[in-house]
Design a protein around this ligand. Structure first.
Ligand code: BYC
Length: 474
């Protein structure tokens, strides 16, 4: 279905036919724009940015590209096309018709999930709001803004659901989504990772690789939901999300590539020499990877979760790619968990599979994360360097779940707390690592030019050359 761009709020949900909803969303819209001006990318409100905008939900051609000032971006509401006679694909309600309205008994749980999902979207824009000042190139600056405006659109997607299906409570929650702020001492964002500062571009690439990928897996789980409007909303969000992870994967790849070039020029791997040459040594890249991967793992919740079991049983939140499983009820199946025992031991416990759904999703996420790591390692191997980047064990540096607060080394071995303290600066960015990375963050805005610590991309956006002026700074 085509999107109506004549509307104040572009949409493919027939908003003009529902005047009450339309008015409520038009009331929220100026608040969103105020939030964008105050909490969105700092200082680039008047710049023309080469952005893509969703124009249809057709997989073959859903976006158009052109220069836009960000506050004028057409944030809209788009649902993937309905599947006729769609059925609930898992849990106790398996095979029953999907819900077109919120079932009363699931109202508060669905609202909470939608609010949690919605909360992450503006949070990420807030986390990244100062990055434009230190962009390594115009190409990267444009990608940052593309990610930001689409996270803004994902907020719209959740706000639409809250307004359309949750009445007054939903409208209040939509207001609060603009009132909590990332890192705010009094009103922080809901999930831990979204309160971490993203104050340098290496963190931004790690965030878009690891944290946006949590977004992918959570959206895939919600795209299975028996609540059909939520499923259709999340399906379309996934289309946009792919670019965000591309920014992360190619961003880290380009940082690694530049480091390898410098290593070749220097003929060695001395981190101090690499740093003096203006690149980021591989051990520092590994530490940032350890930080953001472990933080993002927490976003899947506890390994053993009665919440997750009841979402699955009720047909509210499924497993990513549920159709790939044979048993969609998971009633009697079990799952083997590795849990801490004492300070340095590991024991195994068998739990009901339904209670382990967070862990199942986390496992799929970890496998997906490995794909990029393999690609970066191929670059390293091709350069003839005998080093590798690795994902730390999912038990490492956890703050949520059974391993929360445990001292575990990156290989997954529980160790004494004192040993962990002694090693942590080898595993995670130390203050001096962060200071160094920040010292590299100097703005480069000549078209086609790159900062010293990152290689150019292989190609530009939408078949344009890398040298294209993707942002016209004012
Ligand atoms: N931080 O049984 P548990 C994205 C809470 S990212 C703080 O362990 P459950 C994006 C939990 O809320 C995707 N609190 O967890 C990426 C619960 O609280 P209550 C975002 C946490 O409920 C980049 C308690 O601990 N989408 O889109 O099974 C840029 C025990 O619950 C955390 C979603 O998250 C944490 N890390 O699962 C932009 C989907 N983890 O109820 C965007 C919606 C857990 O006791 N959310 N808790 O007060 C969910 O499905 C679930 O809420 C979770 C947790 C998966 C997050």
């Amino acid at each position: 279905m085509a999107i109506d761009y004549q509307e104040l709020i572009p949409n493919n949900v027939d908003l003009t036919d529902n005047k009450v909803l339309q008015r409520a969303l038009e009331h929220w819209q100026p608040r969103f724009i105020d939030w964008w001006r105050e909490m969105g990318p700092s200082d680039f409100l008047a710049s023309d940015v080469y952005l893509r905008t969703a124009t249809s939900v057709d997989a073959k051609g859903w976006a158009s590209y052109g220069a836009v000032k960000m506050p004028e971006y057409r944030w809209g509401i788009f649902l993937a096309d309905a599947v006729p006679d769609r059925r609930i694909g898992f849990g106790d309600e398996y095979g029953k018709p999907a819900w077109q309205q919120v079932p009363g008994e699931h109202r508060s749980v669905l609202r909470r999930l939608i609010v949690t999902q919605g909360d992450t979207e503006p949070a990420s824009v807030e986390q990244q709001r100062l990055l434009g000042h230190t962009c390594p190139s115009l190409y990267d600056l444009r990608n940052l803004f593309q990610v930001n405006v689409e996270e803004g659109r994902h907020l719209w997607a959740m706000v639409y659901l809250l307004h359309a299906y949750f009445g007054r409570d939903g409208r209040e929650e939509a207001e609060e989504l603009l009132q909590r702020h990332s890192g705010d001492a009094d009103k922080p964002r809901i999930l831990g990772t979204f309160n971490e500062p993203v104050s340098d571009w290496l963190s931004f690439f790690m965030f878009t690789y690891f944290t946006d990928r949590d977004g992918k897996f959570q959206l895939k789980s919600l795209a299975e939901s028996g609540f059909d409007p939520l499923a259709r909303t999340c399906q379309f969000m996934l289309t946009e999300e792919a670019h965000h992870m591309f920014v992360g994967e190619t961003g880290i790849g380009r940082v690694v590539k530049r480091t390898l070039e410098v290593m070749k020029e220097l003929g060695g791997d001395d981190p101090a020499a690499i740093r003096s040459a203006g690149a980021i040594d591989l051990p520092t890249i590994q530490k940032y990877l350890n930080f953001w991967f472990s933080s993002s793992l927490d976003l899947f919740g506890a390994e053993n979760s009665s919440n997750a079991a009841s979402y699955f049983a009720a047909g509210i939140k499924g497993r990513p790619d549920e159709s790939n499983y044979e048993d969609h009820t998971a009633r009697d199946a079990v799952f083997e968990l590795a849990l801490p025992e004492g300070e340095t031991g590991i024991r195994s416990e068998t739990i009901a599979l339904r209670n382990a759904m967070n862990e199942v999703t986390r496992g799929a996420y970890v496998r997906d994360c490995e794909i990029g790591v393999k690609r970066w390692n191929r670059l390293i191997a091709k350069a003839g360097i005998g080093a590798e980047l690795t994902l730390p064990s999912p038990r490492f540096r956890r703050a949520i779940g059974a391993w929360a607060g445990r001292s575990v080394d990156p290989g997954g071995q529980p160790i004494a707390a004192a040993a962990w303290q002694a090693q942590q600066d080898h595993w995670l960015p130390s203050q001096s690592d962060r200071d160094f990375v920040r010292s590299l963050m100097q703005r480069v805005t000549a078209p086609g030019k790159m900062a010293s610590w990152i290689a150019p991309p292989d190609r530009g956006i939408n078949n344009l050359p890398v040298e294209y002026a993707y942002v016209h700074l004012q």
